[in-house]
Design a protein around this ligand. Sequence first.
Ligand SMILES: *Cc1c(COP(=O)(O)O)cnc(C)c1O
Length: 396
Amino acid sequence: MADPDDTDLEQFGFATRAVRGGQHRTNEGENSEPIFPTSSYVFSSAAEAAARFSGEQPGNIYSRFTNPTVRTFEERLAAMEGAECCVATASGMSAITATCIGLLKTGDHIVSSRSIFGSTTLLFENFLGKLGIETTFVGLSDLSAWEQAIRPQTKLLFLETPSNPLTELVDIAALATIAHRSDCLLVVDNCFCTPALQQPLALGADIVIHSATKYLDGQGRCVGGAVCGTRDIVGDSVYGFLRTAGPTMSAFSAWVFLKGLETLQLRMYAHCENAIALAQWLEQQAVVIRVYFPGLQSHPQHALAKQQQTGFGGVVSFELKGGKAAAWKLIDATRMISITANLGDAKSTITHPATTTHGRLSPEQRQAAGISDGLIRVAVGLEDIEDIKADLARGM
Ligand SMILES: *Cc1c(COP(=O)(O)O)cnc(C)c1O
């Protein structure tokens, strides 16, 4: 079979794009995509080298710039997110860093959701702040707060939806309208849903960020990231910074993520199925005060989740009676679930946000963010649901 070209890809369904996108076979006729572990590429002559370096002739020069395995991953993920362009990065954090440094300058302003990944908050406050790029944090679902925080200097709106760990949502289409009215770019970190469950670009967002470390890999093996968007913004400004500063993806990691993308939709549906079953079971437990999961009727934004996502995701949080002591007892009683802060793995993971991911906040800040001492987050894996329930029931 010939390689599908770009026009085929656009006509293919999502699952086909995930399996076939970006593959360009070599003369060896391999069925599975090859890994190209090479740091540089040879030229047939001095003149060809000069033409490549000047940009007159397209082609590979050096793997910090381009690598065939990495390009296959980029083309495949772009096809899945419905993006013109995708660039792969060494980690999710370097995707966010490259986006901000590539697009912003001193004096520019960011409006960001308050409920974002901890390292992203530190990047905005400490490091971009030091460069004179200021950030205002707002409540994720409060559209009027976003609108009021926008200044003439605002260039970028940043968010994750659903949020971690309380699974709060924002209406992406409504926020895109607000962003574009003020000539701002809307950036969505789509780590929790992946393109299998939510496609922010189709809803009006300008840039999608990924930590490929999570569901795109899906088996907790490699650290990586990606930025998806237009050729102008991502292919030019973000990539321009990346290839110069250097936090690009290795060929080996790209190959692992490529294989992850092939099974992404299947895995996401399986994560969703286990998560909804676990959330409903947790709601019936006497020691559980409240369950946070967008798939539950009791979730205040259940209708928005149904409208904007094609599945509710794999992360379930719940609050136990008895505060920290009860939460630690439940965690320590597990025998199968992994006690680790990672998520998006076939293996279920369990975390106590108040003393780990949100441990650096003051008790007042934690209370304002809704992170109580009895809160537990489970990133529901692909084990048998009855085994997951039994493992959690041990310490209740
Ligand atoms: C993990 C994570 C990141 C950071 O990604 P790394 O690959 O660890 O650098 C960013 N955003 C979200 C939502 C994450 O969960």
